[in-house]
Unconditional design. Structure first.
Length: 288
């Protein structure tokens, strides 16, 4: 716990995913929606990727939705959770995103849908993904970003301060979209692009939102979290504050999920490159 890179307790991440596996297919509406948007981006790329990896496959939602997109002939699915992998079907393996077991230049395409936000060393994982790609291979991922569950964060923090006199980390820290492109460059990717979408889901009450997060395996796995159960008074007050601040005229509450989509390529000599500084043949001042 004294390791500064130990943001998440990976054992707890795995346990949460194991627990969610049995009922995830009935609670994966958010993953399906994001997967559709991810596959829309794949469909915009007019080339084939015969061998692909689904990194953090959960129960195989993305794999079932592929339907021949990208010219994929062989799909390998892997996840940190053995229970998830059991339900994925096809070629599959239990694998830790922080220590990928794949040989260099193995895949034409690596996909990841709502999984990499639980990785401690994201730059290191991105390096491993880049190495697992063949030259000119594509990395396409969707990751939760900073605006995710902002309403829940505010309500929980305010309630915990009032009831318990202090705050503990209860919602995962997320990457910011402005940092995502830099992380891809640091990992050695070429042509990195990061863009974000915001999804807003309506719930009858805050407790239903928290129940859904648990069912998706997305509950608190921050290493420095409090290990005891949340007080009943804290939960009740956080639900009240959530409704007070954010409920609409019908009493329903919104939940925001910000998703960053990452697109990048393993380097290859055929890829376009920026011109060297000073190589322009015409001055901009002359054109203007």
């Amino acid at each position: 716990m004294n390791n500064p890179t130990q943001i998440f307790d990976r054992r707890i991440v795995r346990l949460h995913r194991d627990r969610a596996a049995a009922h995830l297919d009935a609670n994966d509406f958010l993953r399906r929606e994001v997967a559709e948007r991810l596959l829309d981006r794949l469909g915009d790329i007019k080339r084939s990727f015969p061998t692909a990896l689904d990194l953090g496959c959960a129960t195989g939602t993305l794999g079932r939705m592929l339907s021949g997109e990208g010219g994929i002939e062989t799909l390998v699915q892997c996840d940190l959770s053995p229970r998830m992998v059991e339900r994925a079907g096809g070629l599959r393996a239990v694998a830790d995103e922080e220590a990928l077991p794949f040989a260099n230049a193995r895949f034409d395409l690596v996909l990841s849908c709502l999984n990499l936000h639980w990785v401690n060393d994201l730059p290191g994982t991105l390096v491993q993904i880049r190495r697992a790609l063949k030259p000119d291979g594509l990395f396409l991922a969707a990751v939760f970003a900073g605006g995710t569950c902002t309403e829940l964060r505010q309500a929980l923090s305010a309630a915990e301060l009032e009831v318990e006199g202090g705050m503990s980390p209860r919602v995962s820290p997320f990457a910011e979209v402005r940092d995502a492109g830099n992380l891809l460059q640091r990992a050695g990717f070429a042509l990195p692009v990061a863009d974000s979408d915001t999804l807003r889901v309506s719930y009858p009450d805050p407790m239903k939102l928290m129940s859904d997060l648990r069912a998706m395996g997305e509950t608190n796995a921050v290493a420095e979290r409090r290990k005891n159960f949340t007080r009943r008074e804290t939960l009740a007050l956080s639900a009240a504050k959530y409704a007070e601040q954010f409920a609409d005229a019908d009493g329903r509450i919104p939940a925001t999920f910000e998703v960053v989509f990452l697109t990048a390529w393993a380097p290859h000599p055929s890829q376009p490159k920026p011109l060297a500084p000073g190589s322009a043949q015409t001055r901009l001042a002359d054109i203007l």
